[in-house]
Design a protein around this ligand. Sequence first.
Ligand code: ADP
Ligand code: ASP
Ligand code: MG
Length: 416
Amino acid sequence: MALIVQKFGGSSVGTLDRIHHVASRIIETKQSGHHVVVVVSAMQGETDRLIRLAQTLTNEPHPREYDVLVSTGEQVSMALLAMALQAKSIPARSFTGHQIGIMTDETHTKARILNVKTETIQKTLNDGFVVIVAGFQGINKHGDITTLGRGGSDTTAVALAAALKADECQIYTDVEGVYTTDPHLLPEASLLPQISFEEMLEMSSLGAKVLQMRSVELASKHNLPIRVLSTFSKHPGTLVTFEDKIMQKRLVSGIAFSREESLIALSAVPNRAGIEGQILGKISDAQIEIDMIAQNASDQDKTDFTFTVQRKDFPKALKIVETLAAELGALSPKTNPKVAKLSLVGIGMRSHAGVASNMFRALGNANINIQMITTSEIKISVVIDEDSLERGVRAVHEAFGLDKLSVETHQDFMET
Ligand code: ADP
Ligand code: ASP
Ligand code: MG
């Protein structure tokens, strides 16, 4: 008897009709003779609503109470789904992270799973029930509820699949799998039948929210392929797996983007050892995460420094940098509060030159100004005005033929 872990995201359980539909899908799996462990997210919009409630009450909600609050959305959907299954005469039981024993570290609001207990699940499965577990939540060693960061139900599903040594981990969502870019931005995006862990990790960390980054990390660590597929169709979706299992080699696999970024540029900073640490240290001391950084010497004594932060942190970061600029005798900072990061991802880049120049040419032809660039072995990221994002994604997508991926074109790419 195979054991299948199925995770249903917020839009899949967004209404009672959809919960009924999810129940029917679970029943199909169960009736094919499998054990089913289900992970659910909160109903669509619910986690956002809870966060807004907390923020309306106070600017700085206490992290422990924030987690108590935002974890409640999943408890609602797990109980409703259990009831929907029971209404169809399928025995089902729902459990919170605490009841199962999803143990995390102590970092509230973005905790890491340390260990998952399996006894309760195993026993309940053996008694013939469908087991439903609340995603996104766990418990720390003090017995406090923790949450796993936005999109964390994906990670709950992978952690359970790994702990239970499941035969399959299926992530059901509102699109048919992983596409070459967000199909809600670009309807011509192509569905990828397979993608490597490494590429998926980059896509997730660079803004493609279809899988939480930690879920990809964890799956790869446990040698556990993940299938991403739609709750609303029968398409087999995308298998996230090892590079050597990928049938169709591609030069690039996709474009990820993140909108909510801001850019701050400091110029004429004294060029001396340790200056970078001094500037960035002040920013990280304020708990602000820096994303991209670039530095270039304008002359021997002076250097220019540009970096990006999440837009919500921009006012705070700017204040710090303005004070620093005055202290260091630098020019007052230049800013662009509304930028976006567009990233091209592909393992084929390792062995093929010319990807960056093609990408920059496509953006240039679309008259889009690149404000910053960073690269790594399998990705190229650029910062552009947020207003140009959609045009930029379309231009790069077209330049690499991602809108018409087929087996032939994959092969053509590798031969060029
Ligand atoms: P769920 O509620 O099921 O967890 P999410 O909203 O977290 O769903 O993730 C699914 C969404 O991810 C899609 O609706 C899509 O807009 C977005 N997305 C971004 N990039 C991609 C991509 N490359 N492929 C598929 N979906 C993507
Ligand atoms: N409900 C949580 C969120 O909206 C977790 C998830 O959906 O994965 O982020
Ligand atoms: Mg999600």
